[in-house]
Write a protein that binds this ligand. Structure first.
Ligand SMILES: NC(=O)c1ccc[n+]([C@@H]2O[C@H](COP(=O)([O-])OP(=O)(O)OC[C@H]3O[C@@H](n4cnc5c(N)ncnc54)[C@H](O)[C@@H]3O)[C@@H](O)[C@H]2O)c1
Length: 274
């Protein structure tokens, strides 16, 4: 399951999950393009990975920025094999009750524009080189793409929209381009919120989530960004993704099997009982 000589674009590759995917893909032999709004993040990636990475500092909401990273990748590395839509923002669990009515329109557009339109812009910009290479698209979903309470109504709605988008694109682009998703659970990152809600510099409660994970994540811990990255290698791998399109991996530490009541656990003394 190596990615030698594959060219892969990752949006939001300057931080958190995206940065871990970049690192893992470089180690697997891929050349990488990143589109991220952080200019300093781009500088750091260039310093870290040299000629193996090209980075455009821009906004996933702009078609021209998506086009730029696609063109730069094809010019630099000769082709494009996979794009990973990953850049996103969260709504910090903003409920309908707490949402100020006068901020609903702007925050709706900001969350949907970054989390959904951004993925569509990338898909459109990358279409021709991906069809030419028989490549694939991959998108970061979330447990919030399937279940409530992984965010507020806006974030949850955006991630459900991404699930629908993946299925529709998988249908439209078969058999030329495979389209799949990875739905991670909680990750300790720098995930920001919408500017329109004054949350663009908010501090994501990642450390708190990590320290209390035993109480709410069935696998008993909050996986690290690096631990999530293997699933992306699997779906990007031309050898291993052959049967997959329209597939979304619930890669969330087991939120789907929590059931009612406390987190299902065998107990710390399970082995001694056997
Ligand atoms: N952190 C979690 O608990 C969690 C859980 C499930 C899913 N996710 C998803 O993982 C993905 C990555 O988030 P993360 O947790 O690594 O957060 P992060 O903030 O650490 O990384 C996101 C990156 O996206 C970039 N970005 C944001 N908006 C952008 C825009 N408009 N244009 C260009 N770049 C932009 C940021 O600069 C940043 O580098 C998101 O799609 C998020 O919804 C996160």
């Amino acid at each position: 399951m190596r990615l030698d000589n594959q060219t892969v674009i990752i949006t939001g590759g300057a931080s958190g999950l995206g940065a871990a995917i970049v690192k893992r893909f470089i180690n697997e032999g891929a050349n990488i393009g990143v589109l991220d709004r952080s200019e300093s993040g781009c500088d750091q990636l260039r310093e870290q990975y040299g000629e193996r990475v090209v980075c455009v500092s821009g906004d996933v909401r702009q078609f021209s920025d998506n086009e730029k990273i696609v063109n730069e990748c094809v010019e630099t590395f000769g082709k494009l094999d996979c794009v990973i839509g990953n850049a996103g923002i969260w709504d910090y669990n903003m409920t309908l009750v707490d949402m100020p009515a006068e901020k609903l329109t702007a925050s709706f557009h900001e969350l949907f524009d970054i989390n959904v339109l951004g993925y569509m812009m990338l898909s459109k910009a990358a279409l021709k080189p991906l069809v030419a290479s028989n490549g694939s698209m991959l998108f970061t979903v979330s447990n919030a793409g399937f279940l409530p309470n992984g965010g507020g109504m806006l974030y949850t709605a955006t991630k459900h929209a991404v699930v629908g988008m993946i299925k529709q694109l998988a249908f439209e682009l078969a058999p030329h381009v495979r389209v799949n998703g990875v739905a991670p659970g909680g990750i300790s990152t720098e995930l920001k919120g919408p500017e329109s809600l004054g949350m663009d510099n908010a501090k994501f409660p990642g450390e708190k989530m990590a320290s209390s994970a035993k109480n709410f994540v069935p696998v008993g811990e909050l996986p690290t960004p690096a631990e999530y990255s293997g699933a992306y290698v699997f779906f990007a791998s031309r050898d291993d993704n052959v049967p997959s399109t329209g597939a979304i991996l619930n890669h969330d530490g087991g939120f789907g099997i929590r059931g009612l009541g406390p987190v299902p656990r065998g107990g710390d003394d399970l082995l001694s009982k056997l």
